[in-house]
Write a protein that binds this ligand. Structure first.
Ligand code: UDP
Length: 244
């Protein structure tokens, strides 16, 4: 990145830089993958670019469906221009199918289809290991008003309807995903962060009776083939969106 732009924030998967316009930022996607609160770390050449391109396509779909997001445009293959937001320190996870931490913390069996989407809200705080919250705990911490919390939950449910059907079109089961929201300069709540195989679980519907993860579980569970899986997701999205 041209050093004219100042690094505002560096996370595990992205770097955020200033933009000439004070209401915008440049978000650069990194090749590093982390899991288990960064206890596990590895570099995958090309992951940043794939996540940036996948996220951009998904944000465009959401924007067409009237979901407010921070995405403005791609600057290059691994950098996007986005609206600057004040991030709400919550991780909103929506689950359609039971997997991951839900199955480690409850008696629900992996792969169980949930009769309605489950929303789990975690505190975005690495030091505390992103604990699962309750509505009362969120209220106690004064992170946001109950009105804004309801708004975020409703947006997450709407995003799920859009994404579930989009991914089904390209033979992928949207198992679960994590979202982050923030306030833009007019104080409106908009979707931030990224939507990519790093924060969604996507299972290949072309496989019968076996779970084939095309997401970060390939890294978490040492399955190998992470770049191949992300490339496949990118290919299916582009093929589907390609004008005939
Ligand atoms: N997730 C994420 N960041 C986190 C934790 C979870 O993006 O810090 C995503 C994860 O990729 C999955 C969903 O949220 O799509 C649910 O994850 P879960 O709570 O099952 O945690 P995990 O099993 O990944 O530890």
């Amino acid at each position: 990145m041209n050093n004219k732009y100042e690094l505002i924030y560096e996370g595990k998967a992205k770097k955020v830089f200033t933009h000439d316009d004070a209401n915008k930022v440049k978000i650069e996607f990194k090749d590093e993958a982390t899991a288990f609160n960064a206890l596990k770390k590895e570099k995958f050449e090309g992951k940043g670019k794939l996540n940036c391109l996948i996220s951009a396509r998904i944000f465009e779909i959401l924007i067409k469906n009237n979901i407010p997001t921070h995405f403005i445009e791609l600057e290059n293959e691994n950098t996007m221009i986005a609206k600057k937001i004040k991030v709400i320190p919550l991780e909103i996870v929506l689950r359609n199918t039971a997997y991951g931490s839900l199955c480690k913390q409850t008696t629900i069996k992996p792969g169980t289809l949930l009769s309605k989407p489950l929303i789990d809200i975690y505190l975005k705080n690495d030091e505390l290991n992103d604990p699962l919250l309750t509505k009362d705990r969120i209220e106690l911490m004064n992170i946001l008003s109950s009105h804004d919390l309801e708004l975020i939950i409703n947006l997450t449910l709407q995003i799920n309807v859009i994404l579930k059907s989009f991914f089904k079109n390209i033979q992928l089961q949207l198992v679960d995903f994590k979202l982050e929201f923030g306030y833009d300069f007019t104080n409106n709540i908009i979707l931030g962060d990224e939507i990519s195989p790093d924060n969604c679980r996507l299972w290949d519907l072309n496989q019968n009776d076996i779970i084939v993860s095309l997401d970060k579980d390939r890294f978490r569970n040492d399955l190998g083939g992470l770049i191949e899986a992300y490339t496949e997701i990118h290919r299916r999205i582009n093929d589907f969106l390609k004008p005939n």
